[in-house]
Design a protein around this ligand. Structure first.
Ligand SMILES: Nc1ncnc2c1ncn2[C@@H]1O[C@H](COP(=O)(O)OP(=O)(O)OP(=O)(O)O)[C@@H](O)[C@H]1O
Length: 452
């Protein structure tokens, strides 16, 4: 949460010492910060994040002019776009006051200072700031129902509410859904909402660990348990003690280990490989899979008793293509983040890009979306991302590209035929199966010169 929440800092940018102390005294119910020039003002903005700034337009070294004051307004607006700047101008300087507002100032005030009027303007600026901030927070809450999750889709919202209810319990949940739909992000959010949030979140991807290493990876081993077991090593389950254990791709758990995992889930004790001691472990277990577990149970590749044990609560995460409004909403959020990370001044998407994003089925879900956006930010040469930057081609673009491909091929064929026929028009036309007038038209169209 930003400092600005209950922040009543008032930054006064003014080089006249008399005015500085008059204003400081008048606004003593605020935390007043004074800056005498542009550099001081920017430093104070970074340090105090004031909701409101009163700024003189005549700042040194241009005390008599307004250029330095304008630069200051522009820099503050860029750095802290939500901050309300009230500019102070000379009595007859209405035009410059309006120019400052056009540059991003919130309001203006003409000297000499009448504190009652200035008071009103300043209080109104604070109110406006707070109102806008409340709106921003509401908007954030709507689009980010859980930490790291951006969604506007009703089914996803329901899942988020469900996770909030499950968080304080120890119920073992399994999230089912295609790859890249956010199963791990949802699990981390659940952990962060739970009383275990200050303990470890330990994730293991069952598909990524070779079958022969899985047992020692999960349960740990004693020194000498097998060749190469040089010292006692804890497994992932033990490492997650008092925290959350995330078993990703549980559908890939080798059948012979499923029984051992079931025993742990029932009795909450483990035995390290090569050990004889039963070690009690307190972990919350969350599983995820993109496989159809009921089908695997029917096929005999997943134990039925384990299935029921891990699915005390089953959560089906919908693919991106089925979520209402999420494609563009998540795209905008991710784009903002990537553009900021890479210091790129990209502001959004072209209309065609929005259509292409909406029209694509996203088989790789949000992970694919993230990858395409990363590529797009690198490729983009304008302020808005186009379908070509994304590697997505709208119907229009496919037409253009096909036409280009056809034209290129046609031109190359004509040049080859000319070369074979030694630039003889009749022979070339015959070779290409067109009439002489058609060939002349084509030579003109592709601007092909006959070399001697
Ligand atoms: N709702 C969302 N809002 C923003 N980013 C998201 C959202 N859901 C997922 N992501 C991002 O998408 C990427 C993939 O998410 P995650 O790894 O959680 O998917 P997964 O379903 O666990 O995938 P897999 O099955 O392949 O392990 C991550 O970088 C994650 O931050």
């Amino acid at each position: 949460m930003s400092k600005t929440n209950q922040n009543n800092t008032l930054l006064i940018v003014e080089d006249d010492e008399g005015l500085q102390s008059q204003l400081r005294w008048h606004f003593d119910q605020h935390q007043v910060v004074i800056a005498g020039d542009r550099a001081g003002a920017i430093e104070a903005i970074r340090l105090h994040e004031p909701p409101v700034v009163i700024q003189d337009l005549g700042l040194p070294p241009d005390d008599e002019g307004v250029e330095e004051g304008f630069l200051c307004v522009q820099e503050i607006s860029k750095l802290a776009p939500n901050t309300k700047i009230i500019v102070m101008t000379g009595n007859a300087d209405y035009e410059n006051a309006v120019r400052a507002v056009a540059m991003g100032a919130y309001d203006f005030y003409q000297k000499p200072v009448d504190t009652d009027t200035l008071d009103l303007i300043v209080q109104r600026a604070y109110q406006m700031y707070q109102l806008e901030e409340r709106n921003r927070n509401l908007l954030d809450m709507q689009q980010s129902p859980l930490e790291g999750i951006i969604t506007a889709d009703p089914a996803m919202m329901k899942i988020c509410r469900m996770l909030e209810k499950l968080a304080p319990t120890n119920v073992t949940c399994t999230l089912m859904g295609e790859s890249g739909t956010g199963k791990e992000v949802l699990t981390r959010a659940l952990h962060n909402l739970s009383p275990r949030k200050d303990k470890r979140f330990v994730a293991i991807n069952c598909a990524a660990v070779p079958e022969n290493l899985m047992e020692s990876e999960l349960f740990g081993y004693e020194k000498g348990a097998f060749t190469g077991a040089a010292k006692r090593t804890n497994g992932k389950i033990e490492n997650a003690h008092q925290g959350t254990l995330f078993l990703d791709e549980i559908g890939d758990m080798p059948l012979n280990l499923q029984a051992k995992l079931l025993r742990f889930l029932q009795e909450r004790v483990i035995e390290r490989l090569g050990g004889h001691e039963e070690i009690p472990v307190d972990v919350r277990v969350i599983c995820a899979t993109n496989k159809n577990l009921p089908e695997m149970v029917r096929d005999g590749t997943f134990r039925e008793d384990l299935y029921y044990r891990i699915c005390e609560m089953e959560i089906n995460v919908p693919p991106l293509r089925e979520r209402q409004g999420d494609k563009i909403l998540i795209s905008r959020h991710i784009l903002k983040r990537i553009a900021k990370d890479q210091s790129q001044n990209i502001t959004g998407f072209t209309r065609e890009a929005v259509e292409a994003i909406e029209g694509y089925s996203w088989p790789g879900n949000i992970r694919e979306l993230e990858n395409k956006l990363k590529r797009a930010v690198i490729m983009c040469e304008e302020k808005s991302i186009s379908p070509i930057d994304l590697g997505l081609h709208s119907a229009e673009n496919i037409d253009i590209n096909l036409r280009q491909v056809r034209q290129k091929a046609e031109k190359a064929a004509i040049q080859r035929a000319l070369a074979i026929s030694d630039n003889n028009i009749s022979a070339t036309a015959k070779l290409l199966g067109v009439t002489r007038p058609t060939l002349y038209d084509l030579l003109k169209k592709y601007d092909i010169q006959l070399t001697q």
